[in-house]
Design a protein around this ligand. Structure first.
Ligand code: SAH
Ligand code: SF4
Length: 400
């Protein structure tokens, strides 16, 4: 068993006033518990009040207790003493020529993440959310991988990315017709399965029908292959699974996705085959980044077909998005098409993911904030402080 350390909270000195609890990061059962514990809400009414508050936050998108007009004034004031329903600050907003939008969000001083809205993906449009600041896994072709991990995001910080996008897209109330934001993909910064507790809570909140109500079938979690967490991901979230495969043999995958040394392909494939709920209606998506002269030959396309045989799957071919300082190049278009044709012939749908938002560096694997890197010694100190406080039993190799 390992632990998740909530470093944001641990960083507050014991002498400081109790920090306000951000309510939008609580699932409805957690909200009931927080309200009951606080004593603000009358005994026996916590469930009803929790649903009321949940609807204000996630159905209406309000950011102030004062706007919750069906809650008594006195109760609102008491809630505001203990809790908050605010948003983190958007420090930069960019809109691409193709409609892609990118927000740089400051969660705390020195803790910044990027969130990207991509129109015309899924039913209408997908929001690509981050689960960590930076990433501990150094995939050789990924820009985020060059940034050290600062910390895991909390559930509130993951939900806030969705709320901020909805603010900007004018998507409140959540049951508005013709919604632009229909899908969520955990394909921003970070490895979601190294922050599974917060990711699972965020998914529960985002999919709750009293609030944002995006169905779990429209929420996809992409992982580089943290095999021991796959089962828990499926059981806890029922989210759609995407696997960043990128290579069909261990030697090459060790190089591209170094986590492969820990969980090699045979273990990964076995983990995927056992993913809860996998069926023709709920296929796994294999992501395969097209790197010129590295993994893009017809032989490799055939090896891919062989490797995933029998698994209900789609394959996403991602043209490599170059970033300053990388030696990799994107495969030629004809090579990508030839690769795709072999997959199609074998019966797999293999759309080539058109790069979006390239002009604002918003495409896959290009997200990288200027967040300060925390030195290992400082991180250890914070971890020690956190040990004394908040612990739970999620995987967190990141902060170890
Ligand atoms: N850490 C998770 C999710 C975030 S990365 C994961 O690795 O799956 C989202 C996707 O973008 C992954 O498939 C990743 O391999 C891919 N990616 C990373 N860098 C890229 C780049 N420069 N060009 C194209 N795709 C990239
Ligand atoms: Fe991390 Fe995913 Fe980038 Fe690999 S591809 S470094 S796991 S964000």
């Amino acid at each position: 068993m390992s632990v998740t350390l909530d470093l944001s909270r641990a960083a507050v000195p014991a002498s400081a006033a109790k920090p306000l609890i951000e309510l939008s990061g609580l699932t409805r059962p957690q909200l009931v518990a927080a309200l009951t514990e606080s004593g603000v809400v009358e005994h026996g009414k916590a469930r009803m009040r929790a649903t009321q508050l949940f609807r204000w936050m996630h159905h209406r998108g309000v950011t102030d207790f004062a706007q919750m007009t069906d809650v008594a004034k006195e109760t609102r004031a008491r809630l505001a003493e203990r809790f908050t329903v605010s948003r983190p600050e958007v420090v930069e907003r960019q809109v691409s020529k193709d409609g892609t939008r990118k927000w740089l969000i400051r969660m705390a001083p020195g803790v910044e993440v990027e969130t990207v809205y991509i129109p015309s993906v899924g039913r209408v449009g997908a929001l690509c959310v981050s689960s960590q600041v930076g990433c501990t896994l150094n995939c050789s072709f990924c820009h985020t991988g060059t940034q050290a991990l600062v910390r895991n995001l909390t559930a509130a910080e993951i939900v806030a990315q969705v709320q901020i996008a909805k603010d900007d897209l004018a998507e409140w109330p959540s049951d508005k017709e013709d919604r632009l934001l229909s899908n969520i993909v955990f394909m921003g910064m970070g490895e979601p399965l190294y922050n599974l507790g917060a990711v699972a809570d965020a998914i529960e909140i985002i999919s709750d029908n009293e609030g944002i109500g995006i169905s779990r079938r429209r929420i996809t979690v992409s992982t580089s292959g943290v095999v021991p967490q796959l089962q828990t991901l499926g059981e806890k979230t029922q989210a759609m699974l995407a696997i960043s495969l990128h290579a069909t043999n261990d030697a090459l995958r060790d190089e591209l996705v170094p986590l492969n040394k820990k969980y090699p392909l045979d273990q990964l494939m076995a983990g995927i085959r056992a993913y809860p709920g996998l069926s023709n209606a709920r296929r796994v998506t294999f992501e395969y980044v097209m790197l010129k002269g590295v993994n893009d030959s017809p032989d490799e396309a055939r090896a891919l077909v062989k490797l995933i045989k029998g698994i209900p799957a789609k394959i996403n071919l991602i043209p490599f998005n170059p970033w300053p300082g990388t030696d990799y190049q994107c495969s030629d278009w004809a090579t990508i098409e030839a690769f795709g044709a072999i997959l199609n012939k074998a019966g797999y749908s293999s759309p080539i993911r058109t790069p979006r938002g390239r002009d604002i560096l918003a495409a896959c694997g290009q997200l990288k904030s200027e967040s300060e890197k925390v030195r290992a010694s400082a991180l250890r100190k914070l971890s020690m402080a956190a040990m004394a406080g908040v612990l739970d039993d999620d995987e967190d190799e990141a902060a170890a």
